[in-house]
Design a binder for this molecule. Structure first.
Ligand SMILES: [Zn+2]
Length: 134
C-alpha cells in the first residue's frame, strides 16, 4: 500500500469522473480521498461514479489571463457544486461570460491538454459547460 491511489493511475477513471463516498457519514469527495476528513479512520471509502452534472456555486470572469491563456480571455472560472455534493473549481467553456450565473446548470467535459512523450501519460483538464436544453 502507499504511494499514489490507484484512481490517479487510470485515465479511464478520471475520464469517468470517479469520486469517493464515505460509508460512515455519506459525504462524497472529488477528487477522491483515501481518508474521510470528517470521520478519519472510522470512515471506509468507496468509489462512486459521479454524474458530472452540477450547478454554478460561484464564479468570476477572468479578463486578464495568466500567461498561456491569453487567447481564451475573457473566460469564466467557477466553483461548481456537483449533484453529489463536492465543490470543484474549473473553467467554464463553450459559453459567453454573460451566460453564466449562480445556479446555472453545467456538465463536465474533459479536454486533452498534453501527452507526456516518455511514458505516454495523457493529461486531461476537467472543464464544465452550460447544459443547454434541447
Ligand atoms: Zn465520513
Amino acid at each position: 500500500m502507499g504511494g499514489v491511489p490507484r484512481f490517479w493511475r487510470s485515465i479511464d477513471n478520471r475520464y469517468r469522473l470517479i469520486g469517493t463516498r464515505c460509508k460512515n457519514c455519506g459525504e462524497v469527495f472529488f477528487p477522491p480521498r483515501v481518508v474521510c476528513p470528517n470521520c478519519r479512520s472510522d470512515g471506509e471509502m468507496e468509489e462512486v461514479q459521479l454524474s458530472g452534472r452540477g450547478e454554478v456555486y460561484t464564479y468570476s470572469v477572468v479578463r486578464v489571463p495568466p500567461e498561456g491563456f491569453e487567447d481564451k480571455a475573457p473566460y469564466v472560472v467557477a466553483v461548481v457544486k456537483l449533484e453529489e455534493g463536492p465543490l470543484v473549481t474549473a473553467m467554464i467553456v463553450d459559453c459567453e461570460p454573460g451566460e453564466i450565473d449562480v445556479g446555472t446548470p453545467v456538465e463536465a467535459v474533459f479536454r486533452r491538454i498534453s501527452e507526456d512523450g516518455e511514458d505516454g501519460v495523457i493529461y486531461y483538464s476537467l472543464e464544465f459547460r452550460p447544459v443547454r436544453e434541447g
